[in-house]
Design a protein around this ligand. Structure first.
Ligand code: UD1
Length: 430
């Protein structure tokens, strides 16, 4: 398994192009199952999660082609999807266990083909991750849902029906799934307590371009008037706010200056305001954000993760890495996932001073220096937190289990090297 070696201490300086958002691209790709016509997606990031989802959909019969294209000044992938010959309505365990987001096939397949079989994904490193909201909502839309041999088997022989659904939690995944399902349902669906993450706005824009009728974008009440069929469309994936936030911290933790290009600053308001409170200069431009921490003292600050527009849980670990070298203490409260402090013991092995209280809170007391060490993380964002700690630490850090990073950070070493990091991938046979 590959490793990443970092020699810490370099001050990062330059520009980083931000890729298309993984968490936006995954539901967009699955939305192509809703129509027999071509869906063209631009600015799709090159990540193992996307390659993986593509292989599941190709197994089902989706036709997929790709090409390299310039998008907003950087080279990226454009994919064309066509679901005019779907033969398989089963998402097998071997696919789903490797990537939970395969659950995005549920809504589209049930809506268009009235049947789907889907292996239940089970838990993962950051929590139990149930799917009850997805499944009970589909039941409210008239589906019969049965769980058998580890599979969800859902049928809607006469098609899905519009329903008034109130989510118990503002789940991102359930909002995307039920939105997609409702586009082809008979009648009007109203989702209350829907998630408002920018990735959902991106999905609504594609569905609307395909002919769906959706009202309430960016609000917690979504109304969808079902239509008989959806047509083809061309659409672009939005910039990855979590990747952008991660590199913003790379600038801050090395006391450098990085311009993040192709960023929607509006999507990053909480993290950017937090960086300012921590003493970093943030300049928002039309299509970019400059993070300048040169000669700045980083100060401790508290964060509380929450649903958008609250502070994103997917940046909690990275901010914690920055807090380890801040002056004073920081309190981190994780309100979304019940087990998202797996990076703490690894940061402590690098010299950080962090105490976890209960499941949800951690106190970080800043130290003068971190020191390099061999480390590993159990999830994607935690792995990036260790990269950040390695960039700031004295000496050499080896980050193991690089496959996590390959799921969510496109061209990671290339991007960091270009701004001056001493980083390389050590290839190892599996
Ligand atoms: C998505 C993101 C993930 C991010 C999370 C929260 C993708 C592929 N992943 O995950 O990176 O950390 O949003 O911003 O986009 N819940 C239930 N029942 C359900 C569904 C969810 O109780 O049926 C709970 C979860 O346990 C969690 C909360 O709702 O406590 C939010 O989860 P959700 O928004 O669904 O996360 P994902 O869509 O899986």
């Amino acid at each position: 398994m590959d490793k990443i070696k970092i020699v810490g201490g370099n001050i990062l300086n330059g520009k980083i192009y931000i890729s298309g958002a993984k968490n936006a691209a995954l539901p967009l790709v699955c939305a192509s199952l809703l129509s027999p016509n071509q869906i063209v997606l631009k600015n799709v990031p090159q990540l193992s999660d996307i390659t993986f989802l593509n292989s599941l959909l190709a197994y089902m019969g989706l036709k997929i082609s790709e090409k390299d294209e310039m998008f907003d000044g950087h080279l990226s992938k454009t994919y064309t999807y066509q679901a005019d010959d779907i033969k398989e309505l089963i998402a097998p365990y071997d696919f789903v266990r490797k990537m939970r987001a395969s659950y995005y096939v549920l809504g589209p397949l049930l809506a268009r083909f009235h049947h789907v079989e889907f292996s239940l994904p089970g838990g993962c490193a950051i929590g139990a991750r149930p799917m009850d909201i997805h499944l009970s909502s589909l039941e409210q839309m008239g589906a019969q849902v049965e769980i058998k041999n580890g599979y969800v088997i859902a049928d809607a022989p006469n098609g899905l029906k519009g329903a008034h659904i109130i989510f118990s939690k503002a789940s991102v995944g359930a909002t995307c799934n039920i939105l997609m399902a409702a586009t082809l349902a008979d009648g009007i669906t109203r989702i209350e307590n829907a998630a408002k993450e920018p990735e959902i706005g991106n999905l609504i824009d594609l569905l609307t371009a395909m002919g769906a009728k959706i009202f309430g974008r960016d609000t917690s009440i979504l109304t969808i008037e079902g239509v008989k069929e959806l047509h083809g469309a061309t659409h672009a994936v939005i910039a990855d706010r979590i990747e952008a936030g991660s590199y913003a911290i790379a600038a801050a933790i090395t006391k450098g200056r990085i311009e993040l290009v192709n960023v929607e600053a509006e999507h990053l308001q909480q993290p950017l305001r937090t960086l300012e409170k921590m003493g970093v200069l943030v300049e928002e431009k039309e299509n970019s954000v400059v993070i300048d921490a040169r000669d700045k003292t980083i100060i401790g600050e508290d964060i509380y993760t929450d649903y958008y527009p609250g502070f994103p849980t997917d940046l909690q670990a990275q901010f914690m890495a920055l807090m380890t070298i801040a002056e004073g203490a920081s309190l981190v409260t994780e309100s979304i996932w019940e087990n998202r402090f797996m990076h703490v013991p690894e940061l402590c092995r690098m010299g950080a001073n962090i105490n976890i209280h209960g499941h949800a809170s951690a106190i970080v007391r800043g130290v003068k220096k971190l020191s390099g060490a061999p480390v590993m993380a159990t999830d994607l964002r935690a792995s990036f937190a260790l990269i950040l700690a390695g960039l700031a630490a004295e000496g050499e850090t080896i980050v193991n289990r690089v496959y996590h990073l390959d799921r969510g950070y496109e061209k990671l070493e290339e991007k960091l090297k270009a701004v001056g990091a001493n980083i390389e991938r050590i290839k190892e046979a599996d």
